[in-house]
Design a protein around this ligand. Structure first.
Ligand SMILES: [Zn+2]
Length: 436
């Protein structure tokens, strides 16, 4: 027996098995060997020769599966690398990262997919699952070789950041997705309507003299893609939902049995367009931050199951890029290290139960993508995170392990954080990087 780890007396939450109980978890050779819950304690102590972690007063969850992130490699290593990105992910309790294809070159063929997987295996701290591009070069003109990329290890397809403008091409992509049984992750934006806007359209954008993006640019595309999903039976996943209208459309589609799932990101239920009021480029994202009304709708959607997943949309940028004028600065938040703590606020505020939250951040994304993660079932990969629900910490971007220090949450005090993440049989101490 080698490499065994015993986690003792943690509060174990595993939605895949309906577990919500104090207990011990024994890990052997990177796999969950045994889960022993408290009422069965009398069966005697679990004996172990390896490392013992005392999780008294702490929670133990399956590791977070982030189905929407940008690792920037190959091509943009000055923003992030697979090495720095996966370290930052572990610190945030994330053990599986799905990376979007807008690299350079674009991940639109198996050579790039294989490069990412090889690099992730050699230098990554957690699991990396590449998402292939829907169209060659993300240009929206010709379908990429989805079948070959799927064989090489892509678990979904997306032109994230760019909508597939051609309705016919999107139809074909969804037909392929049905044959391969993988999701098409859609960045929903009617670009003729958003018209190179840079923030939410409303009285604030007028006051600031910035071109706005109306909510309708998102809603229209969500509606189109739902219609195409119905037509083709393809597996549609709506990325980063930001509007009340999207939530309503997805809710109706689900009621009608259409094969659609959806995600949102912590910033869309935490901050409004007011965060950009001082031309703060660190709060510039695409889709843009919206209004309080949208936040309420998104919370309602999370609560009633309309929104299945919380993803980070971790999008690191170099400091110099965010220092540009608001119009010119790139969109995105460095999200790995704050996403889980921001999402925990939903639990502290009574919007979701802790089980529901873990389901949305771990079990459900794994299930949508068909990857072997998000569970503490005996025999599965021992990816898990140990969380102190009450530990408060201050967000300080300079302490991020990600190269991207772009966060609108600088200086915020957040409650609850991962203190330890276990992945690939290794224990990563998150605390030593928090300074607390
Ligand atoms: Zn993205």
């Amino acid at each position: 027996m080698h490499n065994s780890i015993l986690i003792k007396n943690g509060h174990i939450i595993d939605p895949s098995q309906g577990i919500d109980s104090i207990g011990d978890i024994l890990i052997e050779d990177r796999k969950i060997k045994e889960v022993r819950l408290q009422p069965n304690k009398r069966q005697g102590e679990v004996k172990v020769k390896g490392q013992i972690i005392n999780a008294d007063g702490l929670y133990v969850f399956p590791g977070i599966v982030d189905m929407h992130a940008h690792l920037r490699e190959p091509g943009f290593e000055y923003k992030e690398t697979i090495k720095t990105g996966t370290m930052a992910a572990l610190k945030g309790g994330i053990t599986s990262v799905c990376c979007m294809p807008n690299t350079n070159p674009v991940n639109d063929n198996r050579t790039v997919t294989e490069f990412i997987l090889k690099k992730a295996y050699a230098e990554g701290s957690c699991y990396v699952y590449p998402i292939g591009a829907i169209t060659k070069g993300q240009k929206g003109e010709e379908l990429a070789e989805m079948g070959l990329m799927y064989e090489a290890g892509c678990i979904a397809f997306s032109d994230d950041g760019r909508p597939v403008v051609s309705t016919l091409l999107m139809r074909r992509a969804l037909e392929y997705s049905k044959a391969l049984n993988v999701p098409i992750i859609s960045h929903c934006e009617d670009i003729s309507l958003s018209d190179s806007g840079t923030m939410n359209e409303g009285s604030l954008s007028t006051k600031m003299g910035l071109k706005g993006i109306t909510y309708a640019a998102e809603d229209i595309m969500v509606a189109r893609d739902i219609i195409l999903s119905e037509l083709t039976g393809g597996k549609l996943h709506i990325a980063h939902v930001s509007t009340e209208g999207s939530v309503r459309l997805i809710r109706e589609a689900k009621k009608r049995g259409i094969n659609v799932t959806a995600e949102t990101c912590p910033h869309y239920f935490t901050i409004t367009e007011d965060a950009v009021a001082n031309y703060n480029t660190n709060a510039k994202v695409n889709p843009p931050l919206r209004t309080q009304r949208d936040i309420e709708a998104i919370k309602e959607g999370l609560k009633d199951g309309t929104i299945d997943v919380i993803a980070t949309d971790h999008a690191p940028h170099h400091g110099d890029e965010k220092l540009q004028e608001f119009d010119k600065a790139p969109s995105g938040i460095s999200g790995f290290e704050t996403a889980f703590s921001l999402s925990l606020k939903l639990v502290h505020d009574g919007v979701l139960s802790i089980s529901q939250l873990i389901e949305k951040m771990s079990y459900t994304p794994a299930r949508i993508l068909g990857i072997n993660a998000g569970t503490l079932k005996v025999g599965s990969q021992a990816d898990l995170t140990i969380v102190d629900m009450n530990k408060e910490f201050k967000v300080e971007a300079t302490k991020f392990l990600s190269k991207g220090k772009n966060t609108p949450f600088e200086g915020w005090i957040l409650k609850g954080t991962s203190v330890m993440t276990i992945c690939r049989g290794k224990v990563f101490d998150c605390q030593s990087f928090i300074g607390g």
